[in-house]
Ligand binder design. Structure first.
Ligand SMILES: Nc1ncnc2c1ncn2[C@@H]1O[C@H](COP(=O)(O)OP(=O)(O)O)[C@@H](O)[C@H]1O
Ligand SMILES: [Mg+2]
Length: 467
């Protein structure tokens, strides 16, 4: 095989799914599933790339378009009203438009208190203009100042105004201060959002800007399904916190329109049933899940949770996967068994080189590896396939190989070496031995180690031991 001089020369793929080596079947399934919004069940031993596939998966999901909020229900506060809004893709109008402060009308800039009302210069937001010395807190720059602001000319975060549109209509415009240089301008369309959030009793529980990847591994019931927090005053209008303010979404809601990743899904136990319901209905109520809390009487029905499920588990846990959940996944998705090793050939050795380069770059703290070190790592991958899976191949249990690379990298780093060399890899392999391996090296067997620990003397020759 043509080896590079060092892993520095290896160009890494841009597509995160191409970083996953030796699992072409799973990668292919992930590619299709992300395009077609199908579920994915990844089965395989630890360290073979399940989490990595799930994470790359979310890369290919279009960004969310809906925002989910709850509103105060005046007639029945314990049944907050659900408010789901759809935004067009690639429209940033809800964010307003960022404009330099010099472009906004002067009287607005003054109110935002970056422009001096006397000399007109844009200066930092001080009480006294640093250019002309005018007292910005002094009243009288506008006869209506008192009507609008009690703080005189001091900085205001937002100024509400109207402006004439080309069609002659007047529209409300809001100017929001970002810093001394920039202002965000909201027009009529983008405005609904901020007015609503300010004026109406409304709480956004799943914002428009969110990650498409939600990890719910080992989640508790409330983390998974949402909750309504306890309020010692029971939401009493004067002293308590109103129920809608206490609504908390679960991971299934946060994953709405995105990917819900559950590692070791069988360990979710009875919660699997709820996942199944959520997948069937694509919505799931949020209610207080602690019977003794005042949240328990609050309920929001029909909160959307249209997620793609990516679940991972070990082969041995397959029997604990709820059968209807499994058939729900495979009925509208794919289940893939991950590979533990790949054939030792030229092409796959190249992939190993790519993997080594990737691990080094991802780590960011260790030097690159030279050709000899690459060979040593590949032969270690081969040895592991033989020891663990009894095959003559290259292992794909890559987390442990990654551990060797990092340890070798640390040794090289501590030595001040420019590149990882073979000796570092060999030392790393020695040091990286598991406790079981260390014990069997030192004592010969696990049992013997235990015996000497507890004060038995072990006879070396005839097998009889004495206390
Ligand atoms: N097929 C693979 N291709 C590239 N790197 C891998 C692969 N499998 C595992 N790794 C490496 O091992 C690490 C752990 O893998 P992970 O996806 O968390 O395994 P799993 O979820 O199956 O236990 C990854 O971060 C990556 O560095
Ligand atoms: Mg994992």
């Amino acid at each position: 095989m043509d080896l590079p001089e060092s892993t520095k020369e290896i160009a890494l793929p841009k597509d995160p799914l191409e970083m996953i080596i030796g699992q072409s079947e799973a990668v292919e399934a992930a590619r299709i599933a992300s395009k077609q919004r199908r579920h994915l069940l990844l089965v395989g031993p630890p360290g073979t790339g399940k989490s990595m596939i799930a994470q790359s998966f979310a890369h290919f999901i279009p960004p969310p378009r809906q925002e989910v909020a709850v509103l105060h229900n005046f007639s029945n506060p314990e049944r907050p009203v659900l408010d789901v809004r759809e935004f067009k893709p690639s429209s940033n109008r809800e964010d307003g438009v960022v404009t330099p402060i010099s472009k906004v009308p002067r009287y607005i800039a003054e109110k935002l208190s970056s422009r001096c009302g006397v000399c007109g210069s844009v200066t930092p937001n001080l009480h006294i203009c640093s250019r002309c010395g005018a007292d910005r807190q002094a009243k009288g720059l506008s006869p209506f100042e008192d009507l609008f602001s009690s703080a005189g000319n001091m900085a205001r975060e937002r100024v509400y105004a109207t402006r004439k549109c080309p069609d002659g209509k007047e529209e409300i415009t809001v100017y929001e201060r970002i810093d001394d240089e920039k202002v965000r301008v909201y027009d009529n369309k983008s405005l609904t959002r901020i007015i609503d959030s300010e004026v109406k009793p409304r709480k956004v529980i799943v914002p428009l800007k969110r990650s498409s990847f939600v990890q719910a591994t080992g989640a508790s019931e409330t983390e998974l399904l949402g909750d309504v927090q306890h309020d010692p005053y029971g939401g009493h209008p004067e002293v308590g916190i109103l129920p809608y303010m206490r609504v908390v979404p679960g991971a299934i809601h946060e994953a709405h329109e995105g990917v819900l990743f559950i590692d070791e899904i069988a360990h979710l136990d009875f919660l699997q049933r709820y996942i199944l319901t959520a997948m069937q209905e694509r919505k799931f109520p949020i209610t207080g899940r602690n019977a003794s809390s005042t949240g328990a009487s609050v309920r929001v029905d029909g909160v959307p949770c249209d997620f793609i499920l990516v679940a991972a588990l070990n082969m041995s846990d397959l029997p604990s996967l709820l059968p209807p959940l499994r058939s729900r996944i495979t009925g509208n998705g794919y289940e893939v068994l991950l590979k533990t090793h790949m054939e030792d050939n030229e092409e796959n050795r190249k992939k190993m080189v790519q993997f080594i380069a990737q691990e080094i770059v991802k780590d960011g703290r260790i030097p690159h590896a030279n050709a000899d070190a690459i060979l040593a790592i590949i032969s270690e991958a081969k040895k592991r396939a033989k020891n663990i899976d009894s095959v003559s191949a290259l292992t794909l249990r890559l987390r442990s190989v990654s551990g060797v690379i990092k340890l070798a990298g640390d040794l090289a780093f501590m030595e001040g070496a420019e590149l990882i060399e073979r000796k570092h890899v060999e030392a790393a392999v020695k040091r990286g031995r598991t406790i079981e391996e260390q014990v069997s090296d030192r004592y010969g067997s696990l049992w013997r180690a235990g015996a000497s620990e507890y004060g038995y003397r072990i006879d070396k020759g005839d097998g009889k031991e004495v206390a």
